[in-house]
Design a protein around this ligand. Structure first.
Ligand code: GRF
Length: 196
């Protein structure tokens, strides 16, 4: 799993595994920032967690290659981006083609491509937003959609209240998508994903 900060989605996955709702092993958590809560959460659950910082590498490509090498060394079968705050190099995406998923806090393709999807949805005035779990491809936030969960926008919403309700849905959607993938039920047909 790739993380960058708070790690609440990582926590949701670890909790789902511990409750027996998800049959999966988080073999490695990689953060691109040091001393973030996500690393602590992993360690608390006995999951290997390392920090691989951009500043330690000469180029973005070398940084992402180092992350990829660490994942390959652990034999990961699925790379889960859970709040990872950088776009991955094309070479990284190629290396794990069809095996990288991301959680995004909007109903894609609306409000993709940024780190402020909840604020953007609120500012735009949409009545329904939500979250999306999708495959990562070279197109930012544009890969085949595995599942989405809607969240109604309320008149009194602030960015914080809306983001909070979306997060509740994220915490259900991401473990669910991993479960479907692990069960071999995610069938990609062009842009569309069929759940077999
Ligand atoms: C989530 O809102 C996720 O959708 C977005 O970044 C946030 C990460 O939160 N990509 P957390 O680190 O999992 O708590």
């Amino acid at each position: 799993m790739l993380v960058s900060g708070r790690g609440s989605n990582l926590q949701a996955i670890l909790d789902a595994i511990e409750r027996g709702e998800l049959s999966a092993v988080v073999s490695l958590v990689v953060s691109n920032h040091r001393d973030v809560p996500a690393i602590e959460r992993a360690e608390r659950h006995g999951v290997a967690a390392i920090t691989i910082e951009r500043a330690s590498y000469a180029s973005r490509g070398a940084h992402h290659a180092a992350i990829a090498d660490a994942l390959v060394a652990r034999g990961v079968q699925l790379v889960v981006l859970a709040g990872f705050d950088r776009l991955l190099e094309v070479e990284f995406v190629r290396r794990f083609a069809g095996r990288i998923i991301n959680i995004h806090p909007s109903l894609l393709p609306s409000f993709g491509g940024g780190l402020q999807a909840q604020a953007d949805a609120l500012a735009h005035g949409v009545k329904v937003t939500g979250c999306t779990v999708h495959f990562v491809t070279a197109e930012v936030d544009g890969g085949p959609i595995i599942l989405q969960r809607p969240v109604a926008v309320r008149d009194e919403d602030t960015v914080e209240t809306l983001a909070g309700r979306i997060l509740v849905e994220e915490h259900r959607a991401l473990p669910e998508a991993i479960r479907l993938f692990a069960e071999g039920r995610v069938v990609v047909e062009g842009r569309r994903v069929r759940l077999g």
